[in-house]
Design a protein around this ligand. Structure first.
Ligand SMILES: C[S@@+](CC[C@H](N)C(=O)[O-])C[C@H]1O[C@@H](n2cnc3c(N)ncnc32)[C@H](O)[C@@H]1O
Length: 287
């Protein structure tokens, strides 16, 4: 199979998964991606409601998510809070990569105010439809949603002050291209504030990919060092990463569940706990 074919297959699988989530979504029943960990609502277990509530409480404690309708909060599929990380100010233009139902766009809209502007980009038409319906319901005049791929951002060069993204870049089949596009779209002096799933350390391939698939829904998470180099190679400076580790009991459960597929050998338990995590990533484009 050619690389191009694999890329198209993965992209189609990702789009199909999120179309299905958007189309079957009903407010009052929190959405999830059908994986096994409660690190994020993207990766909920069977107890969907408990998982999603904890995700909102866990990630959005410092923001105003509770002010948003459940059509928005129940469709939250992220693994962090890029809004608090971004420290937005009134008047800024913000771009959200993989905006889903729009939760981070609406929170950003509140922070940048009427003089600011927020653009959410998502490649899944059904998600864009949900986000636009949410915009109408909230009356968020400073927020808009564009159908597009984050590898080819539908915005002009140097037009964005702050780029945010929540649990999306790990799903891309061409991350260096995403990093280049973020750099192109950002104005000099602009800021990047991303929450994403990453992996870390020299782990057996089977373990790494099984844990990433389990935690990240689709097994595309980059090693944190590769992520940092990719961002730097695109031109960003002052790259910082703060890890938010998964709950240890959940990792134990996952390792038990994946027991037949992976070989732990004499690997220290600590390395397994830190193998996959949600990262808060910030960077800047030089003036
Ligand atoms: C895990 S959900 C996160 C949604 C949102 N950021 C949130 O926190 O609720 C991933 C979203 O990214 C979108 N997505 C995945 N890969 C994409 C790509 N290459 N280009 C544009 N959108 C993408 C999916 O359609 C989906 O809506």
């Amino acid at each position: 199979m050619t690389t191009e074919k694999v890329t198209l297959d993965v992209r189609t699988a990702v789009r199909d998964r999120y179309s299905q989530i958007a189309e079957s979504f009903e407010a009052g029943t929190p959405a999830n991606c059908g994986c096994n960990t409660s690190v994020s609502s993207c990766c909920g277990d069977e107890k969907e409601e408990a998982v999603n509530i904890s995700a909102i409480e866990k990630f959005y404690k410092e923001s105003d998510a509770a002010t948003l309708p459940e059509e928005v909060t129940d469709l939250s599929l992220g693994c962090g809070d890029p809004i608090t990380l971004a420290a937005l100010t009134p008047g800024q233009t913000v771009l959200d990569l993989g905006s889903g139902g729009g939760i981070d766009c609406f929170l950003a809209g509140q922070r940048v105010g009427p003089a600011g502007h927020v653009i959410g980009v998502d490649m899944t038409a059904a998600m864009i439809e949900k986000a636009r319906a949410n915009k109408a319901k909230i009356g968020a005049d400073n927020v808009e949603f564009r159908l597009g791929e984050i590898e080819y951002l539908p915005v002009p060069d140097a037009s964005i002050d702050v780029i945010i993204s929540n649990c999306v870049i790990n799903l891309s089949t061409d991350k260096p291209q995403v990093f280049r596009e973020m750099y192109r779209a950002m104005r000099p002096g602009g800021k990047l504030a991303v929450s994403d799933m990453v992996t870390e350390g020299k782990l057996p391939d089977g373990l790494k990919s099984s844990l990433s698939a389990w935690a990240g829904c689709v097994s595309g998470a980059l090693d944190v060092e590769e992520y940092i180099s990719g961002i730097k190679d695109a031109g960003f400076v002052d790259v910082e990463v703060i890890p938010v580790y998964l709950d240890r009991e959940e990792v134990d459960d996952a390792v038990r569940q994946l027991g037949g597929e992976i070989e732990l050998g004499d690997l220290p338990k600590e390395a397994v706990y830190k193998a996959v995590f949600s990262a808060k990533i910030t960077a800047r484009k030089k003036i």
